[in-house]
Design a protein around this ligand. Structure first.
Ligand code: ATP
Ligand code: MG
Length: 261
C-alpha cells in the first residue's frame, strides 16, 4: 500500500546489499563522518545486529543499552537512544542484541515497513540534516524498513563476481519496495575496494559500467588498508587518516551526493 502522507524528514541514505563484506558498514561510517565534516548534522543508524558500525565508531554493541529495537519494544524516546560521538555533529543510533528479536517481530506487525520512516518524520530525529542507515547483509524486515525510509539506496559492490551476481536480488527488493511503500526510492551502485593497479578489477569495472551505466556513482572507493586499521581503533577513517585515499574518496562521495538531495 502506498502511503501518501506528506512527510518532512532528513535526507536518508540506506547502505544495503545481500552480500556480506562488500563495504556497507565502512561506507556508512566514512560517509557519515564526511557529511558531518561538511557541517551537516548527521545521524548514523546501525540496523545490523552484528553491530559493526557501532564498534567501528568506538561503541561496544554488548554494552549498548538502547537501539532502534528498544524504541519500539520498550517505547523508549528516540532521542534518548541516540549516542553522541566525539566527531562534531555526528550521532549514532547504535546496535544491540534486541535487533535480532525485532527483525522477526516486525514481519508479523501491520505496516511495519513504515516504522523507520515514521520515526524520522515524526520525532526529534527529524531535526537531523542527513541520516545514513547501515543494513545487515540480508534482505530482511530491517532492510525493508530502511529502504522504505530512504531517499537513496547505495549498494556498495567490489568488482568481483559474487557481489555482482547478488545484485539481482537487491534490485528485486528495491522494485518491491517502490511498488509497495516508497515509489520515490532511487538507487546507485558504489564500487568499493577497487584495485586500480590490477587488470582484473579494471576489466570487471568496464563491464559494470557498460551494464549499469547511469546507475553507478562516479566516485570509486579504492582498496585502502587504513579502513581496516581505523575500524580496529574505533575511529572513522576520515578522522584516523584524514589524507588517506579512502578518506579523500569518501569526502568526494559526500560532495557527489549533494546533487541528489
Ligand atoms: N575500501 C576498502 N579497502 C580495504 N578494505 C576495506 C575497504 N572497505 C571495507 N574494507 C574491509 O572489508 C571488510 C568488509 O567491510 P564492511 O564491514 O564495511 O562490509 P559490510 O558490507 O558492511 O559487511 P557485512 O555484510 O558483514 O556487514 C572489513 O574488514 C573492512 O575493513
Ligand atoms: Mg556491515
Amino acid at each position: 500500500m502506498i502511503d501518501n502522507k506528506k512527510t518532512i524528514k532528513p535526507y536518508t541514505i540506506a547502505l544495503c546489499h545481500q552480500k556480506g563484506g562488500v563495504g556497507k558498514t565502512s561506507s556508512a561510517a566514512a560517509l557519515g563522518a564526511s557529511l558531518s565534516e561538511k557541517g551537516y548534522s548527521t545521524l548514523l543508524i546501525d540496523l545490523d545486529p552484528s553491530g559493526n558500525l557501532s564498534a567501528g565508531l568506538g561503541f561496544n554493541p554488548d554494552a549498548v543499552e538502547l537501539s532502534f529495537a528498544d524504541i519500539f519494544l520498550s517505547a523508549v524516546q528516540p532521542e534518548a537512544a541516540v549516542q553522541h560521538t566525539a566527531y562534531g555533529n555526528l550521532d549514532l543510533l547504535a546496535s544491540n542484541a534486541e535487533l535480532v528479536a525485532i527483525s522477526h517481530y516486525l514481519f508479523n506487525k501491520k505496516q511495519y515497513e513504515n516504522l523507520l520512516l515514521d520515526l524520522l518524520s515524526g520525532s526529534a530525529l527529524s531535526e537531523y540534516d542527513r541520516v545514513i542507515v547501515d543494513c545487515p547483509p540480508i534482505l530482511d524486515a530491517l532492510t525493508i524498513t530502511a529502504l522504505t525510509a530512504a531517499d537513496l539506496a547505495i549498494i556498495p559492490t567490489p568488482c568481483e563476481y559474487y557481489s555482482l551476481q547478488a545484485l539481482e536480488s537487491v534490485f528485486a527488493l528495491i522494485k518491491l519496495v517502490r511498488g509497495k511503500t516508497n515509489p520515490a526510492l532511487r538507487y546507485r551502485l558504489l564500487v568499493t575496494m577497487f584495485d586500480r593497479r590490477g587488470n582484473f578489477h579494471r576489466r570487471v569495472m568496464e563491464q559494470v559500467q557498460a551494464h549499469y551505466q547511469n546507475a553507478i556513482l562516479e566516485t570509486v572507493i579504492g582498496f585502502d588498508t587504513k579502513i581496516r586499521e581505523s575500524q580496529l581503533l574505533g575511529l572513522p577513517v576520515t578522522v584516523h587518516a584524514p589524507k588517506t585515499r579512502a578518506a579523500v574518496q569518501y569526502r568526494a562521495l559526500a560532495e557527489e551526493l549533494e546533487s541528489y538531495v
